[in-house]
Design a protein around this ligand. Structure first.
Ligand code: AOF
Ligand code: ZN
Length: 312
């Protein structure tokens, strides 16, 4: 399917489009792809413009598949809606809407101009830009809560350094390498003196490393202390360009974020151990938290359970 091709193309921009989202586009005529494109860098052409350019005259009367609706604004580049109209495209199929209040509304503009439009809402298209969508719409980072748990829901096993296996720990370093900031609470700071760096993996850049709570930080702990109200700190981080935040515990910090409805996605690394003792993950919440799109994956000897509190 051509939307799937557009999703693939979008991924080619992963890592270079910041602060922009990844977007892919394919122009289809008589069931054949005649132009492809993806957004590569802010300030450079958007995906649609590249795909339409590649298609040339063949775009006239064709269908444009794009992972996110064409923008309707003058940003660092002219509106894609104008490029779509100029190319004479007959139909536009978009996998998601643009949540950016300044750029969104492109499908509507095109519809009014007489182009056939279809919003083929795709979870994959939204998930592809999950951090960016939250950052641009809610003006706070997309918050991922990661916890390592025993089968009986403990966050630590007395007398043992690790809960989860080596592959899960490696996976956590990969997560760190792909997030803008990593944070822990003061309990974890005092107990573990964590570095929170991405180690043993290809990290293009290290995440910002934060501690939420009242200071002081123990000597030798090199984390940024953020002592304000959580919502205020998240707003400030978003202003500084932090689109994604990984919470690495402990249970008190997790509870605070969950109580304020500031967690978007949960990743639970569950180890095949019944610990019988040790601190539990038992947050006291105002109301039960329901996860959506709940899935599981084997990671070494552990299971990674993941789901969304807020779908992107
Ligand atoms: C599209 N196609 O490929 C992308 C879009 O400053 P600019 O001009 O780069 O605009 C950035 C905004 O445009 C971005 O925040 C998002 O709303 C939209 N991104 N739109 O039609 C694309 N990358
Ligand atoms: Zn655009």
């Amino acid at each position: 399917m051509s939307l799937e091709r557009a999703l693939e193309l979008a991924e080619r921009g992963r890592g270079t489009t910041r602060p922009n989202p990844v977007v892919g586009a394919a122009v289809v005529r008589n069931g054949e792809i005649v132009g492809e494109g993806w957004h590569e860098r802010k300030g450079e052409p958007h995906a649609e413009v590249i795909a339409l350019g590649a298609a040339g005259e063949r775009a006239r009367g064709a269908t444009l598949f794009v992972t996110m609706e064409p923008c309707a604004h003058h940003g660092t580049t002219p509106p894609c809606t104008e490029a779509v109209l100029a190319a004479g495209v007959a139909k536009v199929v978009a996998g998601s809407l643009d949540p950016n209040p300044e750029a969104g509304g492109g499908l509507e503009v095109l519809c009014r101009a007489g182009v056939e439009v279809e919003h083929a809402d795709s979870f994959a298209a939204r998930a592809q830009n999950e951090a960016w969508r939250t950052w641009v719409a809610a003006k706070r980072p997309f918050v991922v809560l990661k916890l390592g748990l025993t089968l009986d829901g403990r966050v630590a096993i007395p007398g043992s350094r690790w809960i989860t296996g080596e592959q899960s720990r490696r996976r956590v370093h990969e997560l760190r390498a792909h997030t803008d900031a990593v944070a822990v609470g003061m309990g974890t700071v005092r107990a573990d003196h964590p570095q929170l760096t991405a180690r043993g993996v290809d990290a293009v850049k290290q995440p910002r490393r934060l501690a939420f709570g009242r200071g002081p930080l123990p000597l030798g702990v090199r984390l940024e202390l953020r002592s304000g109200a959580l919502a205020d700190e998240l707003a400030a981080l978003a202003e500084e360009g932090v689109q994604s935040l990984l919470l690495e515990g402990g249970p008190t910090l997790a509870e605070s974020f969950l109580r304020e409805d500031l967690v978007d996605k949960v990743l639970l690394f569950v180890a095949p151990t019944i610990a019988s003792s040790g601190p539990p993950f038992a947050p006291e919440l105002v109301a039960p938290v329901q996860l959506r799109r709940f899935t599981s994956e084997q990671v070494g000897d552990d299971l990674l359970l993941s789901g969304y509190v807020h779908e992107p």
